[in-house]
Design a protein around this ligand. Sequence first.
Ligand code: COA
Length: 456
Amino acid sequence: MQNADKDASMDFITSLCGEYQKHNRIDPVYYEKYDVKRGLRNADGTGVMAGVTQICNVLGYYVQDGERVPMPGKLVYRGIDVEELIGGFMREGRFGFEETAYLLLFGALPTREQLSMFQQLLSGYHTLPHMFTEDMILKAPSPDVMNKLGRAVLALYSYDERPDDLSLDNQLQQAIQLIARVPVIAAHAFAVKRHYYDNESLYLHRPQPGLSVAENFLYSVRHDNHFTDQEAKLLDLCLVLHADHGGGNNSAFSCRVLSSSGTDLYAAISAAIGSLKGPRHGGANKKVMEMFGHIEAGVKDWKDDDEIRAFLGRLLRKEAGDKSGLIYGMGHAIYTLSDPRAVILKKFAKELASSKGMLDEFELFESVERLTPEVLLSVKGEDKVVCANVDMFSGLVYKMMGIPVELYTPLFAVARMVGWCAHRIEEVYQPGNRIIRPAYKAVAPMRTFVPLADRV
Ligand code: COA
C-alpha cells in the first residue's frame, strides 16, 4: 500500500472508532436490571456454578450464614492435597510431574509399573511429525512463543490420521501425545524467536529419551544442554503446581466450552493456550517481572515501605507501569488468605535467593506482597482480603534459574496441558453433557432498514 493510501486508511479507521463509540455503549445499569452475572460471578463474589468435576478442587473461603469467610488456600488434585502430593515424591527424591499428569488424567495414583509405562509412553511421543519443525515452527516465526504454541497445536490436526475421532482411546492418545510434544514445541518456538527477533544463533536440541519433562525442557532450551539436578527438581515442582486449577479458571473453562461443542482436541487446546496468554491469567507471570522492572527502577530505597507504598499507589492509579491499574501477582478469584502455590514457591524462592545473593530482590517482592492490601484499600477503597498468587513468585524462581522471561507463560502452558486435557476428556465423556451456551440479554432497540440512498 502507498503511504498516502495508508494515511487515508488510518484516517478512516479513526473515524470508524468514533462510529463504534457512538453506537456501542452499553449502559452499566442493564447488568443490575437483568441480573447479569458479570464475569460469571454472583453478587457475593463466588463463581456461578457451571459444572461438576472430579479432577481438581480449589478452596479459598467457606460460606457461613450466606457470607464468604476467608481461609488459607488449598489445592486438591483428584482428592489429594497438592502439598501432600509434593511432599510424597520429594521425600523419595523423585520427579513428580509425570506422576501428577497420570493422577489428573486417569483419577488415581499410578503403581510403580504404570508410572514406568506412562513415562516410556511420554518419552516415545516426544518426536514431532516429519517436517513439522521446518513447516510449522521455523516458518512464519512469532515474536510471542504463546502465539506460536497455539498455532502449532492447531496445526497438529493436519498430521493426525484420526483428528476428529472422539473415542476414549483416541482422545487419551492425542492428550498424552500433546503433553509430550508441547514442551518440545515451546523450546523450538523460543529458539526460533531468539533467532529471528533477537539476532541470536539458532539451535534446536532434540529431547533425550529417559529424561523427565523438566530435565528435557532445561536440556532443550540451554545452548550447552547443561542443568543441575536441583534445577530440574525445582522446575518439576513448578510444573506440578501449575498442572491444574479446576474447571472454572479461564483457560480450562475455554477448553470445556469448545469441547462441549464436539470440536476436536487440537481446536479446544489451542483456545485454552490463547486464554492463558492473557495478562490477567497465565500471562501475569511475565507481567509480574515487567512490573518489578518498573518498581526496581522507580523505588530508590527498596527497604523504604513508604516509597514502595507510593509507587504501588501510582500503579493502581494507572500512572506507572503498564498503566493497566493492576498490581500483577496479587489477587485471586477464589483464594483469599493465601494461594498455596505461592506459599510453596515463595519458600523455594527465598532459599534460592539466599544461595544466589539475591535476597534484596526477594525482600522487595515480599514487601509488595505485604503492602498491596493496604494500598488497594487506600487508593480504591477495596477492603478485600488479597493475597499473592502463583505468578508472584514463579517468575522470580525462573529468573533465578536463568530461564528467559519469554518462556514463563509457555512453561505454564506446558504444565497446564495436563489439566486442559483432563477437563476436555471429562467434558466429552460426561453422561448427558450439553453444549455450553449461556444467554446474553439483547438491549439494542429495533429499527427499520434505511435504503443506501437515504442514509446521511
Ligand atoms: N491489582 C489491582 N486491582 C485488583 C487486583 C490487583 N492485583 N486484584 C483485584 N483487583 C480489583 C479488581 O480490578 C476489581 O476492581 P474493580 O471492581 O474496580 O474492577 C476488584 O479488585 C475485583 O476483585 P476480585 O473480585 O477479587 O478479583 P477478580 O476475581 O475480578 O480478579 C484477578 C482476579 C486475578 C484477575 C485480579 O486479582 C487481577 O487482575 N490480579 C492481577 C493479575 C494477576 O496476577 N493474575 C494472575 C491470577 S493467578
